[in-house]
Design a protein around this ligand. Sequence first.
Ligand SMILES: Cc1ncc(COP(=O)(O)O)c(C=O)c1O
Length: 389
Amino acid sequence: MKNSKKDRDAFNDPSIKVPFVCPQITKSDKKSIMDALDSSLLTDGPNLRQFETEFAKFTKINYAVGVSNGTSALQLSLKAVGIGKGDEVIIPDMTFVATASAVLLVGATPVLVDVNKDDCNISPNSIKNSITSKTKAILPVHFAGKICNMKEIQKIAKKNSLFIIEDCAHAIGTTKENKHAGTFGEAGCFSFYPTKNFTTIEGGMVITHSKKIAKYVSIARNHGITKSLKQRFSKGKPWNYDVCEPGYNYRLDEIRSALGISQLRRIKKIKLQRKKAFEYYNSKLEYVKGITIPLLSHNEEHACHLYIVKIHKDYDITRDDLFLKLSRNGIRSSVHYKPLHEFSVFKKFAKVYNSLKNSKELYKEIISLPLYSQISRRDQDKVINCFKN
Ligand SMILES: Cc1ncc(COP(=O)(O)O)c(C=O)c1O
C-alpha cells in the first residue's frame, strides 16, 4: 500500500521534509475510481448507494446520506429540523469557520460559546449560560477527534427542547461506549475533505436515526427532486417527478463515492496507524517542561484527527517562535483554529452572550503537529527534536 506522494510537500516546497498531512490514495483506490469512470452513470448511482449503506453500517445507524461536503451536510441537517430565520444555534468558538457559516446559510444566528480548557470541546456550562428564547439547537464539534460531553449536552438539549446536530468532521471513528459520534443527536455531519481521516477529495455525509431527516437531505441535495435517477428511468415517464421546495445541487458523485467505499475499507488500519503516531508523540513529549500534550481516555475511541499541544509561558520559546523553528527545520505545522470571534463576518453576524476566556487563551497556546496515517517514526522524531533542542 505504497503512497507515491509520500514525503512530497503539497506545495512543492523543496525545503519541506515533513508535510502537515498526506492523503493516502492507494492503487486500489485508483482502481475503484477508474472502474467508476467506466460506468455510464456518473452520479446518483450504485456507488453512492453502497457508500451510504456501508457508512451507515460503520457508524451503526439507520440512515446515511452522501452530500457534496461537510458544510452542505451541516446546512441540510439544520434545514431538515426546521432551523431558519430568527433562530439561534449554539456552536463552539473554537472550530473551523464552516460550522458557523452553515448556520448563517440557513438564515439563523450562530451563538459562540466557550470551550473546555483541557480538550477544546464545547463547554456544557457555557452552553447553559447562552440559551435564550430563540435557541433552537446545539451544534457540538468533536474537536480533533475527541468526543464531546454528549451526556451533559443531551441533558441540556432535553431540558430546553433543543435539537442536537453534531459536527463530526474530525470524528471519523470516534466512539463512546460503542456509540459513534454523530449518533447522539438528530444528525451527525461528516467531511471527507483531503485532510480528514479518510477522503473522497470533496465530500460529506449526514447520518441520522430519523427517516424524515434522511428523506429531506436526500431530496434537498438533488434540486428538491422527489425521485432518484434510477426511479425516474426504470418505470414510467422520467420527467414525471415533483419539486416541493427549492433544493440544492449538493450531490456526491459516483467517482467520489467509489473512492469513499475503497477508503472506508481501510478505516480500521488508518485509525490504528494514527493512534500509534499520536501515542508516539505523547510518549516522547510528555516530559517536555512547559507544554501540555493531548490525552487519550480509556473509555472512548479518539479518531486522532489532529495532534495539538499547548505551549505555556514557562516553555523556552513562544508558540509562534516554535512554529518558525519547525518551519526552519522543514516541518509544517498549523493552528486549529483562529477562534470564530476573530473573523469579520462573525463579528458582524454571530452573537456572544458569555465569556470566551478559554478559547481566547487557547488560541495563543495551541499548535498542531504533522499527523497522518503513514507518518514515519523518523519524521516524528524530526518534529520531537525541535521541542527538545
Ligand atoms: C470542524 C469542521 N466542520 C466543518 C467542516 C467543513 O467540511 P467541508 O470542508 O467538507 O465543507 C470542516 C472541514 O474542514 C471542519 O473541520
